[in-house]
Design a protein around this ligand. Sequence first.
Ligand code: SR1
Ligand code: MG
Length: 423
Amino acid sequence: MTKAAAFEALTAATLPLRLGTTEALTSRIGSDAAGWRVREVGDGNLNLVFIVEGDRGAAIVKQALPYVRLVGESWPLPLKRSFFEYHALTRQDARSPGMVPRVFHFDEAQALIVMEYLSPHIILRRALIEGRQLPRIAEDLGRFVARTLFRGSDLHMKARARKDDLALFADNAELCDITESLVFTDPYYEAELNRHTSPQLDAIVAELRADRDLKVEAQRLKHLFTSCGETLVHGDLHSGSIMVTDEETKVIDPEFAFYGPMAFDLGMLLANFWMAYFSQAGHETGKDRADMRSYLLGVITETWSVFRSEFSHLWRTERTGILYDRRLFEDRGDSLGAEQALDRTLHSIWTDMLGFAGIEVHRRILGLAHNADFETIEDKELRAVCETRALKFGRHIAVNRHRIHGLDEVNALAERLEKGIVA
Ligand code: SR1
Ligand code: MG
């Protein structure tokens, strides 16, 4: 048996030499490796991403680094996240076909994945900052989340298969640890790597860190995150993990995948739409963004509604797992019982979704990993105004999540904060 070569990070210069005979690549982009054009374009926090163009096409080569790129070698991170990304992509593709990039090749020792180059797609976050209204995102993402969450759970899978997957993804502990610290804990105390717009936000940051109800709620949500292995979640479903054109939506980067709570992906996704909403005032150069703001609130409402209806459809047609056994309900003529159970399931996803969303908003303003929606607002005073509104919004939906009954109420709060009606 030949021994796998030791890991070595690629560079634009070494990539053609090292992958020039990889059939999965040469068969798609052409075998004249000396003529390949290679650009490193990774702008995420963790990995290297190369676009490789040959005379017959292009592909993406994504490689994990043994540390957190955003911070440097002082923060080691295992290469095996690439293994989890590969396995998550194959499962997402089976559960929601056409919604993730096609994978052509995986090399575990080199922690690299060769996959489809999505073009002319751009990162959704960038599109929303530019004020572009994408017609398909709510429908595509609502359906993607419903399908992946439902079909990765005990509602649908055979118990043995789900437990095998639960065990497989349990080893993604270091990436879970990032979320456990960066999302649920660090924002709420003076953690070393935190930063915020200062001095403008100093007072509200101190207030939030002294807010007992908020901290308890954040820890309850963390408890849910660590202990509720219901389904295979994407684990990092923000607008930087989505690529779009007007016609197509693709979900990328599932390296944080693990068995977690149903509501986590939805909470993160909707939080990023709400942050896009609150940041619009900072991108209003010349043209008013009122239309964009109402588009974003509409996207939130539609994403949730598509999610609900697709999840309900799957509940009625694909409930083949060990939960809410049909023999107890439909087979005995008690369809209403199955509907009652569906209502209760959706209600708890709703409540937890609000909590995760509120916490995600906070960590992007108070923690280490900020997002470009706010960061690209150059006027610090204006950025702080946008961030303050978002922080108050996040606090409200996290703490009051059990008393909030619908998106009309949540979006109305967002509008009042945006207009300065609520202090
Ligand atoms: C140290 S990693 C920081 C963040 O980047 C990723 O995209 C995740 O969102 C993570 O929390
Ligand atoms: Mg990522």
